[in-house]
Design a protein around this ligand. Structure first.
Ligand SMILES: Cc1ncc(COP(=O)(O)O)c(C=O)c1O
Length: 382
């Protein structure tokens, strides 16, 4: 492979983290293998309890992946076919997919360009008689405006399902001074343990959070074929479980979650300080009432230079990513499945301008400096 085709700085390298934790991970995995209970082993409950304590939430229920978590949460809300769910047009497709799969109608709304999260004005303009729920997505690691979203939901009697796949551990402070973690503020919250997430396992994994006992009971039932008692099926359910091995791995990694977050934030600060005065770049906005956990460090590159800059960085051996290149309303599968009542111009603009840089905790300072220098040089040359 020619030099120009190799990435000397990878976008994400999970091997570094696993190497640092190798001894503890090996012991945890070996213990599950020896005990042989690969489904519903004791590590599942232990991990759920530890995560509940960490996030100060009453119920934590693990499942197969973050997409299942969204689907099970929506199923627990028992919406009827044709009911509407408000959701941002700029998100990972999983958030929308599950709405359509359940015969509900996604109502696509715009985002706030500064946070990349759901726009409050756009939610207000989109509520109709069939609207039953809002799904704010805490995109890239920072919470949506939950103060406003919860107030709108209360006034209009809507459920709030938080998609916190990218924001586990992000803390949000309300005007009252009370704080809560991403995923633990609405009726139900969900997250993902996919390997690139801030808390990750060795494959797929997902989780649901709720402070509501009834939802917790229904979620557990739905994730287990709709049964509480074996072979007695009270609801239509699915089979979605976190493996015991993954729970054992997650127990090890949960202990490091706060330190991973601090490293991501330190990496983000290096980038933001270097880029803050560049006219063609918008650095990530960090709200004063919410800690950004930087699952992604996402810039907006103005003047139509995003794609050229990405190509330039690739030539310099630096991997970057575009989350997301196309808003949901333009995706073939969803063109006739969604209701749209507001302009989605910010979502479209974000798709044309976003560029995510490597940000994972184990990135070395000299690697970050290499990215900074290459990006500045690239902007100058293009
Ligand atoms: C915002 C968002 N929602 C949902 C998901 C789905 O999670 P999973 O890949 O574990 O199914 C992801 C995963 O990337 C995501 O980023």
């Amino acid at each position: 492979m020619p030099q120009s085709m190799t990435n000397s700085i990878q976008f994400f390298d999970i091997k570094r983290q696993n190497q640092q934790l190798k001894q503890e991970l090996d012991t945890a995995i070996q213990s599950v293998i020896e005990q042989g209970q690969f489904i519903k082993g004791k590590e599942i409950t232990a991990f759920e309890n530890q995560l509940a304590t960490h996030l100060n939430v009453k119920h934590v229920i693990s499942c197969g992946n973050g997409t299942d978590a969204l689907q099970i949460a929506l199923m627990a809300m028992q919406l009827q076919a044709g009911d509407e769910v408000i959701v941002p047009a700029f998100t990972y497709i999983a958030t929308i997919e599950v709405i359509a799969l359940l015969g509900l109608t996604p109502v696509l709304v715009d985002i706030d360009l500064s946070t990349f999260c759901i726009s409050i004005e756009s939610i207000q303009a989109s509520i109709g008689p069939k609207t039953k729920a809002i799904i704010p997505v805490h995109l890239f690691g920072q919470c949506a405006n939950m103060e406003a979203i919860l107030a709108i939901a209360q006034t209009n009697k809507l459920y709030v399902l938080e998609d916190a796949a990218q924001a586990i551990g992000s803390s949000y402070t309300f005007n009252s001074g009370k704080s809560a973690f991403a995923g633990c503020m609405g009726d139900i919250g969900t997250s993902s343990f996919f390997p690139t997430k801030n808390l990750s396992c060795f494959g797929d994994g997902g989780v649901m959070f709720t402070n509501n006992d009834l939802f917790a009971k229904q979620i557990r039932m739905i994730a287990n074929h709709g049964q509480q008692q074996q072979y007695i099926h009270e609801m239509v359910g699915v089979n979605s479980r976190l493996d015991t091995l993954q729970a054992a791995i997650l127990q090890v990694k949960l202990k490091q979650l706060t330190s991973f977050q601090l490293k991501r934030k330190a990496n983000a600060d290096l980038y933001s300080n270097a880029f803050k005065d560049l006219a063609e770049i918008v650095i990530p906005f960090e709200a004063s009432n919410c800690s950004h956990v930087f699952n992604q460090y996402t810039l907006r590159i103005k003047s139509g230079k995003r794609d050229a800059l990405k190509n330039y960085l690739t030539r310099k051996g630096i991997a970057t990513a575009i989350y997301y290149p196309m808003p949901v309303d333009q995706q073939l599968a969803y063109q006739s499945k969604c209701n749209i009542r507001t302009s989605l111009k910010n979502a479209e603009q974000a798709c044309n301008e976003v560029l995510s840089l490597p940000i994972y905790p184990e990135l070395k300072t000299e690697e970050i400096e290499q990215v900074i220098n290459a990006l500045k040089l690239g902007l100058g040359e293009l």
